[in-house]
Design a protein around this ligand. Structure first.
Ligand code: PMP
Length: 359
């Protein structure tokens, strides 16, 4: 039986990537060596590293003249602390849209003053705040999370501000076409649309590096400047994750790049939301205007059927749709590698469940 993996991350990657990565574990490009045993100082790895960086910049339509690309460890969660440690001098604005941005706020408060903007209605994190009134105060930077993996909310447009813009793009990076040049620092854990877990992508505008807090003593590994000075190879990098990212980003480009995935992902999420609106047993958690095309959260109107639905889905090969433990309900993640065929499988599963359990 084909398994359709709707897991939120680590998540589905293309079969071609799994195949090539597994072959390379045994024999990297007929070198007789495993990708796991090559030195990170070898020419072979340097070319993998350079190619991965090039793919990132190409997909973002940015240049290495203006931007630095780092592949760090410690997950996106470490960036919650690294960003303020390196850039928060006095005051920053954080948009609080969920668990991940709240964690970033906790870390930032260790380094300076943090103003917080959030949706104040009763819907809480299930609705995005209105950001049209961000005043152009003198913030060191404004930080937001473009897609809220747990709740299934996503900002359609890039936030507008005159201050430097920092974004946690962990769960929607490379899923749609946006102007990456509007950001001063972007970070994202790799384990969704980039590749395998273990690596965090950080892209920094070079002119933003002039704003680094110089007066604060920072551990070497937490200092962006030190990583940059060593060409991103300050210590042993996450070699295998970088290799998988290279394979996956090359695949992404071959499929047609971000313009292709923009419409493909819209098409996929449209089908799921349409079914959730139609189906009498289910309802989407998020209203139009805040909905994510990457993570779709939904509920059964009769919550008593939850276990029955999960078992029913599992028998049909629908995997990974249990909602986040903090929120309950269900969540279907439609990352780039998840096919339209899998989405059609999910939609069919929802309607068959209605036929069996509806009135
Ligand atoms: N930010 C977002 C938006 C996430 O979805 C996640 C994890 N799924 C994180 C941050 C934390 O990432 P990590 O586990 O790599 O630290």
């Amino acid at each position: 039986m084909k398994i359709h993996n709707f897991g939120a991350g680590p998540c589905i990657l293309p079969q071609e990537v799994f195949k090539k990565a597994s072959e390379s574990v045994l024999n990297l490009d007929n070198s007789g060596l495993s990708v796991l045993e090559i030195s990170h100082r070898s020419n072979t790895f340097q070319s993998i590293f350079d190619r991965t960086k090039k793919m990132v910049l190409e997909l973002m339509e940015l240049s290495d003249v203006t931007h630095e690309v780092l592949f760090l460890q410690g997950g996106a969660s470490s960036q919650f602390a690294l960003v303020p440690m390196n850039f928060l001098k006095q005051k920053a604005l954080y948009i609080d849209t969920g668990v991940w941005s709240a964690k970033a706020i906790v870390e930032a408060r260790n380094f300076g003053q943090v103003e917080v903007l959030k949706n104040s209605s009763s819907e809480g994190y299930l609705k995005l705040p209105d950001l049209s009134h961000i005043s152009s105060k003198d913030y060191d930077y404004v930080h937001y999370t473009s897609n809220n993996t747990i709740y299934g909310t996503q900002f359609e447009d890039v936030l507008k501000t005159d201050c430097p813009l920092v974004c946690d793009m962990s769960s929607d990076i490379f899923s749609k076409q946006i102007d990456f040049n509007l950001f001063d620092l972007i970070y994202a854990g790799a384990q969704k649309n980039i590749g395998s877990a273990g690596m965090t992508l950080v892209v920094i505008r070079k002119t933003f590096l002039d704003e680094l807090v110089k007066s604060r003593t920072k551990p070497t590994m937490f200092n962006y400047q030190k990583h940059i000075e060593k060409g991103g190879l300050l210590n042993t990098p996450p070699v295998f994750s970088i290799y998988v990212a290279m394979l996956n980003l090359s695949w992404l480009k071959e499929q047609g790049g971000l313009s292709y995935f923009d419409s493909y992902n819209r098409q996929k999420s449209f089908l799921v939301y349409r079914e959730l609106e139609r189906n009498t047993l289910f309802e989407p958690k998020i209203h139009i205007g805040s909905r994510s095309s990457m993570n779709i959260t939904f509920d059964l109107i009769n919550q008593g059927l939850s276990t029955v639905f999960l078992e029913f889905s599992s028998r049909k090969g629908i995997h990974g749709i249990k909602g986040h433990r903090s929120l309950g309900g269900f969540r279907a993640s439609l990352y780039n590698a998840l096919t339209l065929e899998s989405v059609e499988g999910l939609v069919k599963n929802l309607s068959e469940f209605e036929r069996e359990h509806g009135n």
